[in-house]
Design a protein around this ligand. Structure first.
Ligand SMILES: *[C@@H]1O[C@H](CO)[C@@H](O)[C@H](O)[C@H]1NC(C)=O
Ligand SMILES: *[C@@H]1O[C@H](CO)[C@@H](O)[C@H](O)[C@H]1NC(C)=O
Ligand SMILES: *[C@@H]1O[C@H](CO)[C@@H](O)[C@H](O)[C@H]1NC(C)=O
Ligand SMILES: *[C@@H]1O[C@H](CO)[C@@H](O)[C@H](O)[C@H]1NC(C)=O
Ligand SMILES: *[C@@H]1O[C@H](CO)[C@@H](O)[C@H](O)[C@H]1NC(C)=O
Ligand SMILES: [Fe+2]
Length: 457
């Protein structure tokens, strides 16, 4: 009897023994792609917990596997939580890819390789009609749209994903283990298509360090603001958070503003605007919204110094506006609505509100339809879309019962947006409801025979 008992004791210990074996710290994880804005290039980013080399081995799909190999850089990211967890972020830029060709790759080093993934190098033709999925506010818990996005991405429905701020809820939590888990969760999308981001308020802890360290967007701003081109679109990603977290530097707000101005000026040079007429911005906190929370977008009429009254109630919210800037800073901080209007931005994508809302063409709180019958044919002001209902632990928001005139369509369903920049005159948008099993609940064509400031008149 004794030996049996001993065997039982050993068996019952087995799970503990397995748990006692440490993970392989040199094993790559959290693999994701981004487009550096250069034709024929792609950036692969991943994490290990011990220092290793940074290598991507790749080759054309259908060809000899891993016939090419590129080395990159490793940076050490130390989270600012009390454990000061340390991780190694690996970045490799693949260049010389054949536009529109498919590749197989894995990443890592001789101490551990990732699974095999594939991607298609972005078609760099200006007549290419890229398809995007857009959303913000996707968390680890309750990521309701994720399964649908995984399947659709793997089916090849998207050329790129735009995540318009608010990740994981929150990446810094549990000594940044929530960030690790989030990046593992989105690998099923982000390892296959460029996953392009902008920061949201949920990234603010420790001066956005998890966001700045984990993503690899184009430019030299640690992914805070940048622009890139695809098809006939010039896409600008920005931080609305510079208007709110002045403790991290008021200079960031002005730096971004100056950069935006320069970028828009360049994009508006006739030789540029003619090939990339669509200027699309993405930023986390919207200028307009009709939700019933008290976010700054709900206080459109309230912009005065001091304590303010607004339809959303009394508060200081009106001082902090992405739309009209801030008057309580020295010097006062310019808002973004006039800037974007002046440079003829066509489409402004936002999130933060956990709902979907489409606006009629709007400027200065007033509607400027192309015509009453066809509001989005030659609209006389930018078109705004708010899409922050991908799914997170905070669930969805509610709307106020009396939206203003600019509110065209609203939904509190979980979901995300699809966009196709079809050609220089036609852009298509549709909203997918995950609650309704993928049903398209809203769609528009934005048609513009003319782009730029002069198109408003
Ligand atoms: C590997 O990483 C683990 C976890 O971060 C750490 O405890 C260990 O000291 C590291 N080992 C080396 C050789 O860096
Ligand atoms: C890129 O897209 C354009 C427009 O759809 C197409 O004509 C061209 O063949 C594509 N390029 C490649 C290399 O497939
Ligand atoms: C926050 O991070 C930005 C980007 O790296 C940097 O420019 C800024 O100085 C930082 N602010 C503080 C207070 O450390
Ligand atoms: C804009 O167009 C929509 C749709 O036709 C219409 O309901 C709305 O009243 C229009 N607004 C203005 C100010 O013309
Ligand atoms: C642009 O796309 C639209 C929608 O598919 C089409 O009707 C239109 O003819 C295209 N325009 C050009 C110039 O190709
Ligand atoms: Fe947010």
């Amino acid at each position: 009897m004794v030996p049996v008992r001993a065997a039982c004791a050993l068996l019952s210990l087995a799970p503990l023994l397995v748990l006692g074996v440490p993970p392989i710290w040199t094993q790559p994880e959290q693999v994701h792609l981004s487009y550096p804005g250069v034709s024929g290039a792609m950036v692969v980013t991943w994490t290990t917990f011990n220092k290793t080399e940074s290598i991507v081995e790749y080759g054309p799909l259908g060809g000899r596997p891993f016939e090419m190999s590129t080395k990159g850089d490793t940076t050490v990211f130390v989270d600012s939580g009390e454990e000061l967890r340390k991780m190694f972020i690996h970045r490799v830029t693949l260049t010389g890819l054949k536009p529109a060709a498919a590749y197989l790759y894995h990443c890592g080093s001789d101490e551990g390789w990732s699974d095999v993934f594939s991607f298609t190098a972005l078609n760099d033709s200006i007549s290419f009609s890229p398809r995007f999925a857009l959303y913000g506010d996707l968390g680890n818990e309750n990521p309701q749209s994720l399964a649908r996005l995984q399947k659709e991405t793997q089916l090849g429905m998207y050329d790129a994903i735009l995540h318009i701020g608010d990740f994981a809820y929150d990446m810094h939590e549990d000594n940044a283990r929530i960030g690790d888990e989030f990046m593992r969760q989105i690998q099923s999308i982000a390892a296959y298509v460029p996953y392009m981001t902008c920061p949201g308020n949920h990234e603010a802890t420790y001066n956005f360090s998890n966001y700045r360290n984990r993503f690899s967007m184009p430019g030299q701003t640690e992914s805070l603001w940048y622009s890139w081109n695809l098809g006939s679109a010039h896409i600008i990603s920005l931080s609305t958070e510079v208007y709110f977290y002045l403790e991290f530097g008021l200079e960031l707000l002005f730096k971004q503003y100056e950069w935006l101005k320069k970028d828009l000026e360049e994009a508006n040079k006739p030789e540029n605007r003619v090939v990339r007429p669509w200027i699309i911005t993405m930023g986390h906190r919207p200028m307009y919204c009709s939700d019933d929370d008290q976010d700054d977008c709900t206080t459109f009429d309230s912009y005065v110094s001091g304590t303010v009254w607004s339809e959303a109630g009394m508060g200081m919210m009106g001082l902090y506006q992405v739309r009209r800037g801030r008057k309580d800073t020295k010097p006062p901080a310019p808002g973004l609505e006039d800037l974007f209007y002046r440079y003829g931005v066509d489409l402004e994508l936002w999130a933060h509100e956990h709902t979907y809302e489409r606006l009629w063409p709007v400027y200065g709180d007033k509607v400027y339809n192309g015509s009453k019958e066809q509001p989005y044919v030659n609209p006389k002001a930018p078109v705004h879309i708010i899409t922050g209902s991908a799914g997170c632990r905070e669930r969805t928001d509610k709307f106020n019962p009396n939206p203003k005139d600019w509110s065209a369509f609203r939904s509190t369903d979980y979901g995300y947006t699809r966009m196709q920049v079809v050609n220089t005159t036609h852009l298509y948008l549709e909203q997918v409801s995950d609650d309704q099993y993928g049903k398209v609940i809203d769609s528009i064509w934005v048609v513009k025979e003319k782009h730029g400031f002069s198109a408003w008149f």
